[in-house]
Design a protein around this ligand. Structure first.
Ligand SMILES: NC(=O)c1ccc[n+]([C@@H]2O[C@H](COP(=O)([O-])OP(=O)(O)OC[C@H]3O[C@@H](n4cnc5c(N)ncnc54)[C@H](O)[C@@H]3O)[C@@H](O)[C@H]2O)c1
Length: 347
């Protein structure tokens, strides 16, 4: 089992889970300073073979595959800065898109076809997703800067009627990325689908919602609103909530994500599959901030009306298909997960 990006938040938790279940695990990771800080410490069991390497660099991949021929590959190495990707498109394209093609070419050069590939994709591929106004389902355009500056937060329906977001589901919701990061994650899905189909091997794509929990980078200011809020609330700061506070996200606890990945690995699909992994529970950012502030005894959050270009208004998912296919179920409530995150931050 090879995990690219396996020193990261999700990868290291997955590596620990796999080792506990007897898998022979190798990790390839560049230990990116934006994620790990300048002095990276790697939180994986000693039995894990660790290769420091860059997925965009063919010789690094060749070296790993010379020493280790994985039956399965979980591809997690990525640049993950959603907002950052709008101004650093090449950096995101290089690691997420070219890093994936380099991995595939390295497999071809080594003449090795793993039994299974697993990709951590993202709910970001849906963009604004599908919305409903009356009985009409529509895919709104990305919200423009002018719209947000005017404080018109919800995407506009075709007739201007009030609309509500629908939960995304890989089986029925069209992907419509609205930022560069999302476009690169969708490209990864297509690249791996084409390669695995041509090589008669298995692919599981899991579209993850907002993952949070212990092990999350607290130094990377570009990702992780739960970790950011938790850190600020612990310092008794007032949390600022953007737009009108009613941006919606699905926060899924790290252990639930690891179990979904583990289940996908342990029970490969007969062919390619694409599934949503979330808690299945939508939460507004104001609710999140209020819960964290209350637990930390911090001042009530303040809705500030600021916004970020490229943010989607609502991201939530329907996990029924995933529950059926993976024999898995999200177990952690937001409150339980948040308390576990706060305990970890306090250590
Ligand atoms: N955390 C989330 O909320 C979330 C949501 C959806 C999808 N995902 C996806 O899950 C995967 C893992 O995310 P994470 O939260 O653990 O992120 P992370 O930043 O903690 O981990 C990513 C790892 O990839 C490594 N990496 C970056 N560039 C590399 C390169 N060129 N070569 C080798 N390694 C490199 C980093 O050093 C890091 O250890 C990513 O593909 C991400 O797109 C994460």
């Amino acid at each position: 089992m090879l995990i690219t990006g396996g020193a990261g938040f999700i990868g290291s938790a997955l590596a620990r889970r796999l080792v506990t279940s007897g898998y022979d695990v190798a990790v390839m990771d560049i230990l990116h300073p934006q994620v790990h800080g300048e002095h990276a410490s790697i939180d994986v069991p000693p039995s894990v073979r660790f290769f420091t390497g860059d997925v965009t660099h063919a010789p690094d991949l060749d070296a790993v595959l010379r020493l280790f021929r994985p039956s399965q590959i979980v591809h997690l190495a990525a640049e993950t800065g959603t907002a950052q990707s709008l101004t650093q498109a090449t950096r995101h394209g290089a690691v997420n898109v070219v890093g994936t093609t380099q991995l595939l070419d390295a497999l071809s050069r080594s003449g090795h076809v793993p039994e299974q590939l697993v990709l951590a994709s993202s709910r970001a591929v849906y963009g604004e997703g599908a919305w409903q106004a009356g009985s009409a389902v529509f895919y709104p355009k990305p919200r423009s800067h002018a719209q947000l500056a005017a404080g018109v937060w919800d995407p506009q329906g075709p007739t201007g009627a009030a609309a509500v977001p629908l939960p995304s589901c890989a089986g029925r919701t069209e992907p419509r990325p609205t930022n560069i990061y999302a476009a690169t994650k969708l490209a990864q899905e297509h690249l791996l689908a084409a390669w695995t189909a041509a090589h008669d091997t298995n692919l599981s794509v899991l579209r993850l919602q907002n993952v949070y929990g212990p092990g999350q980078s607290l130094t990377n200011s570009y990702t992780g609103i739960v970790a950011l809020f938790a850190r600020l609330a612990r310092q008794q700061q007032t949390l600022e909530v953007y737009e009108d506070g009613r941006i919606v996200r699905d926060f899924v606890y790290i252990d639930d994500v690891v179990e979904a990945l583990f289940s996908a690995i342990a029970h490969p699909a007969p062919q390619a599959r694409c599934l949503d992994v979330g808690s299945g529970v939508p939460t507004t950012i104001h609710e999140l901030a209020q819960q964290i502030a209350t637990v930390c005894g911090a001042p009530d959050p303040v809705v500030v009306g600021k916004f970020r270009d490229g943010d989607v208004r609502a991201a939530k998912c329907d996990v029924e298909q995933t529950i059926r296919d993976l024999d898995w179920r999200p177990k952690w409530t937001l409150e339980e997960g948040m308390r576990a995150l706060l305990d970890w931050i306090d250590k």
